[in-house]
Design a protein around this ligand. Structure first.
Ligand SMILES: [Zn+2]
Length: 474
């Protein structure tokens, strides 16, 4: 009943607005679409709340905070010649939406290791730790993880125990914090290769994350980071029955998809989407599609984690262009998942943490998202002829960072639209730091499919992993 009254009130207000502003053009048209879409509560979904999904796909945009999603939506629309502000990304029509509290046990602003542990394993831990329970003493964490081997099982292990297949995909090194949280334990996220281990950790029989991946029971694992494995390790893995190791796009495209597949396409991280050569490296969307096509016929059900790992790296460099193009690549991968995965698949799209990336000024609608701010012209409509000016009399960009390497001063050259829209431009920062940092505000989670309504409201990040754990155990 309450819903009907609310819908009626919305309809009335919409009719009222339409009658007053019927000549005001596309802005109102778009606003009314938004209003009518919002008459259904976000958590009223078409799936049975008790039904467990057969498959779960978890998309993680590393560092894809809400400002990145908004700017990415505008960027994606504008790059297709559409009106960016009213454009929609592939996950915006998902059934439910939640805000996620991302802090680590000992950090107000988190890192990817602690947050990926929360998302994939269901408990928060210290900043920098992958799948090791938190403790104030790093030594005690090493003892628990490496000597006693008491860390809770990984999502890969739990999924396998439940009879599911497992896929792990990242555009970062496959031993980087987020993908590592699918299969490994490490007190320090930096212990990627065995050679990276602190000598005391090596003495305590800790293993590098690369070694742990090769021992993990995954079905498909695709990403970068070949340099973290020794050639001997890769040969020993490859010769095992049913294993296929590929190191380039051609090998990947020709590989039989019913085998246990490891693809390591680059020595370190894979290329940014803006720089990627399709002949050498598959896109995130291609890797996602191949994984779904390969895992679906096994009929076991599957858990697939797909990370756009380099949104984060571009933000650390204050290079909004590459952050947004990598977010676009994630969006394309979500589209593929929506097309290929059946109605029995729960799809989650979230971020591990945000960045201090912001969007401001009062640019006119339709202003290029990477461009200099032009305010609306109050008399003639459209953009003002002059750029908006900062206190120093110089133009400024819509996008910027709270901290990072590019603090401008009185001697900095005047920005031009050509320079700020170039691929390599690094946006302005307020506080000078050599690397831009993560942001501490909540991130969004979008969910669709069976049990999507388990995700709504304001949630602790570890609740995501707890729910995933419950669903795979059903
Ligand atoms: Zn980062």
């Amino acid at each position: 009943m309450t819903l009907k009254i609310r819908q009626f009130q919305s309809l009335l207000s919409l009719l009222f607005l339409t009658s007053i502003f019927s000549v005001s053009g596309c802005q109102l048209e778009n606003a009314s679409k938004v209003n009518s879409a919002n008459t259904l509560p976000l958590n009223e979904v078409k799936y049975d709340s008790d039904s467990a999904p057969k498959n779960i796909i978890i998309f993680i945009g590393d560092g894809m905070g809400i400002s990145t999603i908004t700017a990415g939506r505008i960027f994606d629309g504008q790059s297709k010649g559409l009106k960016g502000e009213a454009h929609s990304l592939a996950f915006e029509d998902f059934d439910t939406l939640a805000l996620i509290k991302t802090y680590n046990t000992n950090a107000q602003v988190p890192d990817s290791a602690g947050t990926a542990t929360a998302i994939l394993s269901g408990y928060k831990t210290n900043i920098g730790a992958v799948n090791v329970r938190p403790n104030e003493s790093v030594t005690k964490m090493v003892v628990e993880s490496c000597v006693l081997k008491n860390s809770p099982p990984t999502l890969t292990e739990r999924a396998k125990t439940a009879g599911l297949s497992v896929g792990i995909i990242s555009t970062a090194r496959i031993t980087h914090a987020t993908p590592a949280a699918m299969y490994g334990h490490s007190v320090d996220r930096g212990w990627e290769a065995d050679a990276d281990l602190d000598p005391r950790a090596a003495k305590a029989r800790c293993k590098g994350l690369a070694s742990q991946l090769l021992e993990a029971p995954f079905d498909i694992s695709l990403g970068g980071g070949r340099e973290k494995f020794t050639p001997e390790q890769l040969i020993a893995w490859d010769v095992k029955p049913g294993h296929i190791y590929v190191k380039d796009a051609a090998g990947f495209r020709n590989a039989p998809k019913d085998k246990t597949l490891l693809g390591l396409f680059t020595p370190s991280h894979m290329s940014y989407e803006a720089d990627r050569d399709n002949a050498l490296e598959p896109s995130l969307a291609e890797m996602t599609g191949v994984a779904i096509d390969a895992l679906t016929p096994r009929d076991t059900g599957y858990v697939l984690m797909v990370e756009a790992g380099r949104v984060d790296h571009a933000h650390h460099d204050t290079n909004a262009f590459r952050a947004l193009t990598d977010m676009q690549a994630l969006n394309e991968a979500v589209k593929i998942a929506k097309e290929k995965a059946g109605d029995d698949t729960l799809i989650l799209v979230t971020a591990d943490h945000s960045h201090v990336f912001t969007m401001g000024g009062y640019p006119v609608r339709g202003n290029p998202i990477l461009g200099l701010v032009r305010n609306p012209d109050p008399e003639e409509g459209g953009a003002a002829k002059e750029y908006a000016k900062a206190n120093d009399g110089k133009p400024y960009t819509t996008l910027g960072y709270h901290n990072g390497p590019n603090v401008r001063d009185a001697n900095s050259p005047v920005l031009t639209d050509n320079s700020v829209q170039a691929a390599d431009f690094r946006q302005q920062s307020a506080v000078g730091l050599s690397d831009e940092t993560h942001g501490g505000e909540d991130v969004a989670l979008f969910a669709t499919g069976p049990s999507a309504n388990r995700f709504s409201g304001v949630m602790e990040q570890n609740e995501i992993g707890e729910i995933i754990g419950e669903l795979i155990a059903k």
